[in-house]
Design a protein around this ligand. Structure first.
Ligand code: IMP
Length: 193
């Protein structure tokens, strides 16, 4: 059994990740490990933030662990908000405000192409490994649905005509950026079972 600590306090992320984790891996959340800290996220890229969080957490726990950082990259906005996705509309990190600003900035633009991108930074046996996952889609013209979190009410994944917030959790989990990154991490860890 491989035991990994997850450097996040986000319950949505944890449950999405746990849904695809096989029985030979045990994920322990930051909360269950008894660490309650805000990890630094001052990098200029999604990769830098993932690495920063994983290294900071590894210093605290000293065990195999991973972090993830995600962002929404919108083609017509030069891949913004990207690393600023969580605080797009300001430090209050409000999902409603963020989505309103995104709709405003896309007003009048016909190209609605976007992708969610996740980078996982794993520190395993003292070594850093990165895994990337992407899901492509479109930004809707209005918010729809109420499951999930963040920008889910605006993101219509490729091959669907409903937003992540309208689709069931299991459909989202089957194709999400986070799941795709986790699957790559599992391929890597499979060599150490
Ligand atoms: P972080 O990885 O916690 O820094 O997330 C960055 C931002 O991306 C946050 O504002 C999240 O709401 C948003 N985000 C990350 N993953 C998802 C997702 O699966 N659905 C919707 N929004 C997401």
């Amino acid at each position: 059994m491989i035991q990994l600590l997850f450097a996040s306090a986000n319950a949505h992320k944890l449950s999405e990740i746990n849904a695809v984790i096989p029985e030979w891996i045990n994920i322990i959340s930051m909360k269950d490990f008894g660490i309650h800290v805000e990890l630094p996220e001052t990098g200029h890229t999604i990769e830098e933030n993932a690495i920063q969080k994983a290294r900071a957490f590894y210093k605290l726990c000293g065990q195999d662990c991973f972090s993830e950082d995600s962002g929404l990259e919108v083609t017509a906005l030069n891949d913004e908000p990207g690393v600023d996705t969580a605080m797009y509309a300001g430090p209050q990190r409000d999902a409603g405000d963020n989505m309103d600003l995104l709709l405003k900035n896309l007003d009048g633009k016909s190209n609605r192409d976007a992708q969610f991108r996740t980078v996982i930074a794993l520190i395993f046996k003292g070594e850093l490994q990165l895994f990337e996952g992407v899901v492509r889609g479109q930004i809707a013209f209005q918010k729809s649905g109420n499951t999930g979190f963040g920008y889910d009410p605006l993101f219509i994944p490729e091959g669907h005509d409903q937003t992540f917030a309208q689709l069931s959790e299991s459909v989202k989990t089957s194709m999400s950026h986070r799941t795709n990154a986790v699957k790559k991490m599992l391929d890597y860890l499979n060599h150490y079972r």
